[in-house]
Ligand binder design. Structure first.
Ligand code: UDX
Length: 429
């Protein structure tokens, strides 16, 4: 098939590379000139495991190409896939301006009939409205086909999805879209457009609720002297609950969960329904960052003038993405309290630098970050931190040798044996 993918973010680029790898002829539109230049040289502008190889293969086979604007006209029977961003507006609502812009452009560029697939995350009801607004009485077949790709594991998730969701007004069209994924073995759910859009948001809402739930239980464990590691294991073995997404810590961040949670909350309110559970989930997530700073403050007897090493800026390991990362809020709160802050992350330093106060010191590694520190806060559970030489780190720190392990990732017993004062999130001391 001929496929036009609009937007080369981590979702669009993954889709373009994987679809070309499946033998389709894919043209990917990227309007940022510097990114476009890199892409045409076979260099991925984003960090994503395995993407460089697929990108090079696609370019070499001639199946994949990158251009700056929509080809005009777009031939009939082309499949168009929209993968542009839908960030948060200040209200929390999803900003659909890029989607509208693309739809308006497409309206004048396409030769009907063709299939238009929405892969961007858009609130329930958007697809139906978009068709009414831009494509009324045209033979366009609109399909909501949400993605469930994790950053840094997007290619793995593309080839091994838990399900493929296809929302279409017409079963024949849904079947055609299913053909795009003929190289993938996964259950396929065919629904109407709005239900497919809702699946995406409900999945993310459920996952963030699970995270905030386990964080609340971790906080409870602290007050009860219970151990969250055992509690999470004990409840996760119930197959109705499952073991995933029960890692207590500093809460979720990233480019999807926070914005999608807010957007669903807003979209529901706009329809007159108050999603109270989701609101509390969002609040608990914010509180988790604040609690960590309060803990440090209490354990250090105040933060003013204290030397603190903050390890990890990325919202999760193996990425340089700092969007909505707990590290940024935590760094600011510590800075405002007068702490002297040294931060280090293996890949996210460049992205974080413009967002942090100029007095924050950016260290070159975990060892220089922790010299003279009164306390360490681990925000991102990079393997490099887990396997660091903690004995050396202890020797170069100052009293009270405190570690706040914000991800429950470090070996508590070992660190305590080395003389650290260890505090996790809901771990028994
Ligand atoms: C997420 C979804 O998993 C994916 O399906 C969707 O399409 C995009 O958003 P991603 O943002 O890459 O993917 O991150 P993910 O690996 O799911 O983790 C999200 C956040 O939740 C991270 O900040 C992580 O630290 C946190 N998390 C995850 C926890 O705090 N505890 C857990 O048990 C799991």
């Amino acid at each position: 098939m001929n496929i036009v993918v609009i937007g080369a973010g981590y979702v669009g680029l993954t889709a373009a590379c994987c679809l070309a790898n499946a033998g389709h002829r894919v043209t990917c539109i990227e309007n940022n000139e510097s990114k476009l230049k890199l892409l045409n040289q076979g260099i991925s502008p984003i960090q994503e495991k395995g993407i460089d190889q697929l990108l090079k293969q696609g370019l070499a086979s001639g199946k994949l190409s990158f251009v700056s604007s929509l080809p005009k006209p777009i031939e009939t029977d082309t499949v168009i896939m929209i993968t542009v961003g839908t960030p948060s507006l200040p209200s929390g609502a999803a900003d659909l301006s890029s989607i509208y812009q693309v739809a308006a452009e497409l309206k004048n560029a396409i030769q009907y009939p063709l299939i238009l697939i929405m892969k961007s995350t858009v609130p329930p009801g958007t697809g139906v409205k978009l068709v009414q607004r831009y494509f009324e009485n045209t033979p366009i077949s609109y399909v909501a086909n949400p993605e469930f790709l994790r950053e840094e594991r997007a290619i793995e998730d593309w080839y091994h999805p838990s399900r493929i969701v296809i929302g279409a007004a017409d079963n024949k069209i849904a079947e055609k879209v299913r053909q795009l994924y003929s190289d993938i073995d996964a259950p396929v759910i065919i629904t109407d457009i709005t239900s497919a859009e809702t699946i995406k948001y409900a999945a993310n809402a459920f996952l963030v609720t699970k995270i905030s739930f386990i964080n609340e239980i971790a906080n409870l464990c602290e007050t009860m002297s219970a151990n969250i590691d055992d509690v999470a294991k004990g409840i996760g073995l119930d197959t109705r609950i499952g073991p995933d997404f029960l890692r207590a810590g500093l809460g979720y961040g990233g480019s999807c969960f926070p914005k999608d949670a807010r957007a669903l909350d807003f979209a529901a309110l706009n329809k007159g329904y108050d999603l109270r559970l989701l609101k509390v989930t969002i609040e608990v997530n914010t509180k988790q960052r604040i609690l960590a700073v309060h803990k440090l403050k209490q354990l250090l007897g105040g933060l003013a003038g204290k030397e603190i090493a903050l390890l990890g800026l990325a919202f999760k390991p193996d990425t340089d993405d700092i969007r909505e990362s707990p590290s940024i809020d935590i760094a600011y709160l510590l800075y405002e309290e007068g702490a002297k802050l040294r931060v280090y992350d293996p890949t996210a330093m460049q992205n974080a630098r413009p967002l942090l106060p100029s007095e924050v010191t950016f260290a070159t590694d975990i060892y220089s970050a922790t010299v003279g520190a009164n306390a360490i806060i681990l925000v991102t559970e990079w393997q490099e931190f887990i396997h660091a030489d903690w004995q050396t780190i202890k020797k170069q720190m100052n009293q009270p040798y405190l570690i706040l392990d914000g991800r429950n990732a470090l070996a508590q017993d070992k660190l305590m044996a080395l003389g650290f004062k260890y505090v996790g999130v809901g771990r028994r001391l």
